[in-house]
Design a protein around this ligand. Structure first.
Ligand code: MN
Length: 344
């Protein structure tokens, strides 16, 4: 038996290789919280929160203030009995979801070390590795085409293109990339930037031009579920919720109201507990799944690699932080081209 002694947080900063520009947001760096969960036998489990104000409404300093309260809530609890601990942390589902994710993962990481079994095997061990796409944020047409060609040369087979700020230039950029790389597959992500009618116009233009769009992510505002359904009903490409799908209850509603074909799960929105619930909900409803990330470091992205490999639930993996950030030190994974291997 091993009991949790304390949980400590450390605020770190990660830096993008080039400014990351999406709808209404440009950033060059991002703060992450490194979490260490110490057991009474000296073992340490690690996890990471990559907070998001834009998606979750999270503010880093408010989250670091929860170090004491969370440590207190978990002190003396048995780490191998992790499900009730997940339930305790579910209290933070709306107020601090990224922190919930990192602490839940740190619990699994400690348990994993204790029983000498990698987290992806605890979660099911479905896949030996996953293949990630590569994201190209909003930039000039010339730079977008150049970045796309570079990514294709590196072996990426799916590119994620950020759109949603200006319909005409978005269409021009996607068509230019398609012309340069006619066999490439795409995920397009509007990050809530379009009106429902603009989104339908965008989707129709893609279909007319034969662009291989696998998924169209979050075309409209997160709370606009009727808008999502409208876009889905009037478009011939699969619609995927991202910002709309945080908790299991969001996912349940999206499925019930027939708003989406796919859901993009991010641990930083849902934690491990709600991510697991959404996987089963989506499977039951024949809704497809992709997994995404925020701005996780090498420690943080480990969590999603183990979750995706373990559950084997995803057709699309957008786990490209290691390729977008500077100085990424892998925690328990290794990288071979676009393949990410969980590494016990
Ligand atoms: Mn997205």
């Amino acid at each position: 038996m091993a009991h949790i002694q304390r949980v400590t947080f450390k605020l770190n900063e990660v830096f993008y290789q080039k400014p990351f520009h999406i709808t209404n947001s440009v950033r060059t760096s991002s703060k992450v919280i490194e979490i260490a969960l110490e057991l009474d036998n000296g073992l340490i489990g690690r996890g990471e929160a990559s907070p998001s104000f834009r998606v979750n409404g999270e503010i880093e300093t408010a989250l670091t203030g929860l170090e004491g309260p969370i440590s207190e809530m978990l002190r003396g609890k048995e780490v191998q009995r992790y499900r009730p601990l997940f339930d305790i942390l579910d209290k933070f589902s709306r107020s601090a979801p990224s922190l919930k994710a990192g602490v839940q993962y740190a619990i699994l990481d400690a348990f994993s070390t204790l029983i000498s079994t990698p987290v992806y095997e605890i979660l099911g061990g479905a896949k030996a590795y996953v293949e990630t796409d590569f994201t190209i944020s909003i930039d000039s047409l010339e730079n977008t085409v150049q970045d796309a060609k570079k990514a294709a040369e590196k072996g990426f087979t799916i590119l994620k293109l950020k759109v949603g700020e200006d319909l005409a230039s978005d269409i021009a950029r996607v068509l230019a990339v398609q012309e340069a790389l006619p066999k490439m597959h795409f995920v397009v992500d509007a990050n809530m930037g379009y009106t429902p009618k603009e989104a339908v116009a965008f989707a129709e233009t893609m279909v007319r031009n034969g662009v291989n769009i696998d998924l169209f992510e979050q075309p409209v505002w997160s709370d606009h579920f009727d808008g999502l359904r409208f876009v889905r009903q009037h478009s011939r490409i699969p619609i995927c919720a991202d910002e709309s799908a945080k908790t299991r209850y969001d996912a349940l509603r999206l499925i019930r109201e027939e708003c989406v074909d796919y859901i993009n799960i991010k641990l930083m929105k849902s934690g491990i507990s709600d991510a697991l619930a959404i996987v089963e909900l989506a499977r039951s409803a024949n809704v497809g799944l992709m997994i995404g990330c925020m701005s996780e470091s090498g420690l943080g992205i480990t969590q999603s690699i183990h979750f995706a490999s373990g559950t084997g639930a995803f057709t699309h993996h957008d786990l490209d932080c290691p390729f977008l950030l500077k100085e990424v030190i892998p925690y328990k994974y290794r990288q071979e081209g676009n393949r990410l291997y969980p590494n016990g």
